[in-house]
Design a protein around this ligand. Structure first.
Ligand code: SAM
Ligand code: SF4
Ligand code: SF4
Length: 335
């Protein structure tokens, strides 16, 4: 089944935030000044259960979703996430089951994720040198441990591993080339991400954004690149091949080259609210519907109505957006 929104975009990808908590305090996502000791996270009983997530996922698959991604917060902070992966991997129609993690846990865990049925691994890493990485994660976490996680993932056939690097001007631009070289040699796909104005707490300024164009030109000076075609409709990363045939690089240009026209994503937050855009100001409370005893048909109907009314295209209209409404934090809605 295909469910289309008001711009004829099909519903294809569901990103599931399993927790709003994280052990990092990346300055662009959960800055310490806001996410400090007094910050109120969701309580245990406010977080949507694995059973409910799996039930919702089945309904989403009926409506055309074939890709699931677990995210957060830090998804590995959610206890026994392997049980959820097992449930989701067994849903007929799920072609892709991926996880985005900061790679800070014991690499032994990679095995249990794989055994549970995880198919793809995306790891976030913003620099190859400790001083820069530590400035960005703000909890003194070393690069080496994340590299160990990436190695363990590659060894267990999560190949290629995707590595997300958010680039912030004046902070980690100098790490672009070392990162590109390092991951090219190992056959992983580095994805350079423009720093986005998600949430309200990261103090975003356009001046801090290094544009996709600048990033490509910079890599190209040493490692010649050529553009290649997207793998599928809705792929947000622009793909580039290294001309020497040694692999590829992705660029996520959410600020300077918006991709709303192809956006097939929907997001479920850790408290069971549904958001039709990363920059949404309001969610739809699916958990409440479940608790009111809605059956699968009623859930399907509710989600279908939400998607068919969708008209989001925040990144395309960012420049003219003067809304004062608070946006939802990325750690809450899921990146
Ligand atoms: N904790 C996990 C991690 O860091 O991989 C998963 C959640 S995190 C919110 C998902 C992705 O969003 C990460 O790759 C992160 O770098 C990216 N992200 C967070 N804040 C961002 C921002 N302001 N601009 C661009 N990307 C951002
Ligand atoms: Fe945590 Fe990921 Fe946000 Fe960093 S980007 S603070 S690791 S949720
Ligand atoms: Fe999709 Fe919203 Fe991002 Fe546009 S701004 S690509 S609609 S999530």
């Amino acid at each position: 089944m295909q469910t289309l929104d008001t711009f004829n975009r099909p519903l294809r990808d569901l990103r599931i935030s399993v927790t709003d908590r994280c052990n990092f305090r990346c300055t662009y996502c959960m800055p310490k000044e806001i996410f400090g000791p007094d910050y109120t996270y969701l309580k245990k009983d406010e977080v949507v259960s694995f059973e409910d997530i799996a039930r919702l996922a089945r309904v989403f698959v009926d409506l055309g979703v074939n890709k699931l991604r677990l995210t957060g917060g830090e998804p590995l902070m959610r206890r026994d996430i392997e049980n959820l992966i097992d449930m989701l991997a067994n849903i007929p129609g799920v072609d892709d089951l991926a996880l985005t993690t900061n790679g800070s846990f014991s690499p032994k865990r990679v095995r249990s994720l794989k055994d549970a049925g995880l198919r793809r691994m995306t790891v976030s890493l913003d620099a190859l040198d400790d001083p820069t990485f530590k400035v960005m994660n703000d909890v003194d976490f070393p690069v080496e441990k994340v590299l160990e996680w990436i190695d363990a993932s590659a060894e267990l056939d999560f190949q290629p591993v995707k590595v997300n690097m958010v680039v912030k001007r004046g902070v980690n631009e100098h790490s672009i080339l070392p990162m590109a070289r390092y991951f090219k040699e190992r056959g992983h796909i580095l994805r350079l991400i423009e720093y986005m104005d998600v949430g309200n707490s990261n103090g975003w300024r356009l001046d801090d954004v290094v544009s996709a164009k600048e990033m490509v030109e910079h890599v190209n000076t040493e490692l010649p690149l050529e553009a290649s075609d997207p793998n599928y409709q809705g792929e947000v990363a622009r793909r580039y091949r290294y001309k020497d045939g040694s692999g590829e690089l992705g660029i996520i240009a959410s600020v300077t080259q918006a991709f709303c026209v192809d956006c097939t994503r929907i997001r479920l937050s850790a408290d069971g609210k549904l958001y039709t855009c990363l920059f949404a100001t309001k969610g739809h409370d699916l958990r409440a519907l479940l608790q009111d005893g809605a059956n699968d048909d009623e859930m399907r109907q509710a989600i279908q109505t939400i998607w068919t009314q969708r008209n989001d295209r925040y990144s395309e209209i960012r420049a003219e957006n003067t809304s004062e409404k608070p946006k939802i934090e990325m750690s809450f809605i899921g990146g």
